[in-house]
Design a protein around this ligand. Structure first.
Ligand SMILES: Nc1ncnc2c1ncn2[C@@H]1O[C@H](COP(=O)(O)OP(=O)(O)OP(=O)(O)O)[C@@H](O)[C@H]1O
Length: 405
C-alpha cells in the first residue's frame, strides 16, 4: 500500500503539494487525476524518494521508499520515459538496471517480450518513437516483478493498440493483487482502467473515491424526454407539470427536454396524468470527463485563450452535485456546483517546467543526494539516468545473481 500523510512540498514560494493525505490500496487500479501543474508528478516523486517532502510523509508498505530493502524489487515506476541513456540498446538499458538490483538477465528478455520490444531489443533507444520509449519505461518498471507500481502518464504517445494493451496490463497487475497507481489526463481511458480515483487541484486533495461515486457525486444523472414533434403545447404542458413536481427541466437544441431531480418512473406517471404522449424517455449518466471538468473548474492554472471546450456538451442549469458533497469529497476550496459553461479546455497542453530551472541535483548524477546507506554510485532506479557520457565505462560485472522470486 502507498500512503501519503500531510504530504507537502514547497519550491521557494511555490507550494506544489499541500497537506495531501491518501492511501492507494492493492488489488485495484487507482487513477491519479488533476489539471496540469496540480502536483501529480511531484507527489509521485516524493513517494519514490526523488524529492524530499517539506513536511508530511509518503510511505510504501509503511516505510519511506529509501528505507525499503532492495526497493526495485518492491516498487516499479515509470516517471519519465525519456530518462534513458540513448546510446544504449533497450536490452542493455534494462540489463544495467537489472544488474544494479540483482535481477537475473533472463527477466530482461521476459519483460522485453511483455512490452512487445523483443524485435528491437538491440536497437539504440535514442531512435525510439515516443510509444516505444513508453514501452521501454514500462518494461523497466516491471523488471523487478514488484508489488507496487506507479505510472505517470503511461499511455502518452501510444497508438490505440498500445493504449488497449496498457489498460489490460494495469488491470491484470491489479488483479494479481498489486498496488497500481497511475496518472493520466485521458479521462475516457481512466474511466475504463481505474476503479478508484484520487483527484488533486493546486496540490490539494479534491476527491478520493471510486470512479462510480466520483461520477455520480460530480454530475447529475438526467432523463431525456421527448414529446411528439410538431405538438409544442404537449411539450409546454409537460414542462410545467414536471416543474411543479420539483423537477428541473431544460430544453435541448433538438426539442427534447433534459430533466433532473425526478426518477424516470415518476416522469412517466406525471406525463400520463397530464395526458402527454412521450416519444422518448431515456436515462443518461454523465461521463467521467464531464464529472472531472465539473470538479476541477476552479483548480485549473493553465488555460488556452481560445475556448476549446466549445465542442463539449454544455451542462444544463442545476447540473451539479445533487445532495451536497459525498463522503470522500475533500472540498478544499473548490466547492461543488462550480459553473462549467463556456470555460476553456483545461487539457490545453502547457508545460509548467518550460521556463524553469530543473530541480537541484546531486553532483554529477542527476538525482537527489542519497539517503543513508545509498551510495551515489547506485543510480536511483526511477530518477533521471545519467546523460550519455562521451566514453562509457565498461559495464560493471554483475554481482552473483540469485533469483529471489
Ligand atoms: N523542481 C521544481 N522547482 C520549482 N517548481 C516546481 C518544481 N517541480 C514542480 N514545480 C511546480 O510545482 C507544481 C506542480 O508540478 P507537477 O509537475 O507536480 O504537476 P503535474 O500535476 O504533474 O503537472 P502535469 O499534469 O502538467 O504533468 C507546478 O506549478 C510546477 O511548476
Amino acid at each position: 500500500m502507498i500512503e501519503a500523510v500531510g504530504l507537502t512540498k514547497r519550491y521557494g514560494a511555490k507550494t506544489a503539494v499541500h497537506n495531501l493525505s491518501f492511501q492507494v490500496r492493492p488489488g485495484t487500479v487507482t487513477g491519479f487525476l488533476g489539471p496540469n501543474g496540480s502536483g501529480k508528478s511531484t507527489t509521485m516523486r516524493m513517494i519514490l524518494g526523488l524529492d524530499a517532502p517539506t513536511s508530511g510523509r509518503a510511505t510504501i508498505g509503511g516505510r519511506p521508499f529509501r528505507q525499503l530493502p532492495n526497493a526495485p524489487r518492491q516498487v516499479g515506476a515509470l516517471l519519465d520515459a525519456k530518462a534513458v541513456h540513448g546510446g544504449r540498446s533497450a536490452r542493455q538499458h534494462l540489463l544495467c538496471l537489472a544488474q544494479l538490483s540483482g535481477i537475473p538477465a533472463r527477466r530482461v528478455d521476459e519483460v522485453l517480450g511483455v512490452v512487445g520490444l523483443q524485435d528491437v531489443a538491440k536497437r539504440r533507444s535514442k531512435g525510439f518513437s515516443l510509444g516505444m520509449g513508453q514501452r521501454l519505461g514500462i518494461a523497466a518498471a516491471l523488471l523487478g516483478d514488484p508489488q507496487v507500481l506507479l505510472f505517470d502518464e503511461p499511455v502518452n504517445g501510444l497508438d490505440p493498440e498500445g493504449i488497449l494493451w496498457v489498460r489490460n496490463l494495469m488491470k491484470q497487475l491489479a488483479a494479481e493483487g498489486r498496488t497500481v497507481f497511475v496518472s493520466s489526463h485521458l479521462m475516457s481511458e481512466m474511466a475504463l482502467t481505474a476503479e478508484h480515483l484520487i483527484v488533486i487541484g493546486r496540490g490539494q486533495l479534491l476527491a478520493d473515491m471510486s470512479v462510480k461515486d466520483f461520477i455520480s457525486a460530480n454530475s447529475a444523472d438526467f432523463a431525456r424526454v421527448r414529446t411528439p414533434d410538431g405538438e409544442p403545447e404537449q411539450r409546454e404542458k409537460l414542462t410545467s407539470t414536471l416543474g411543479e413536481a420539483g423537477g428541473q427541466v431544460v430544453a435541448e437544441k433538438d426539442g427534447a427536454l433534459r430533466v433532473t431531480g425526478l426518477p424516470l418512473p415518476r416522469i412517466s406517471d406525471l406525463a400520463h396524468e397530464a395526458d402527454v404522449r412521450l416519444w422518448e424517455l431515456s436515462p443518461h449518466q454523465a461521463s467521467l470527463e464531464e464529472a472531472y471538468m465539473q470538479l476541477t473548474q476552479g483548480a485549473v492554472d493553465y488555460r488556452s485563450t481560445i475556448d476549446q471546450r466549445a465542442g463539449l456538451q454544455e451542462a444544463p442549469a442545476g447540473y451539479g452535485m445533487p445532495g451536497g458533497a459525498p463522503q470522500g469529497y475533500a472540498g478544499q476550496g473548490y466547492p461543488p456546483g462550480m459553473p462549467g459553461q463556456g470555460q476553456p479546455n483545461p487539457y490545453a497542453p502547457q508545460d509548467p517546467y518550460a521556463q524553469q530551472a530543473p530541480p537541484a541535483a546531486a553532483p554529477g548524477q542527476g538525482y537527489p543526494p542519497p539517503a543513508q546507506g545509498q551510495p551515489y554510485g547506485a543510480p536511483h532506479p526511477y530518477g533521471q539516468q545519467p546523460q550519455a557520457p562521451a566514453q562509457t565505462a565498461p559495464a560493471p560485472q554483475p554481482a552473483p545473481i540469485e533469483d529471489a522470486r
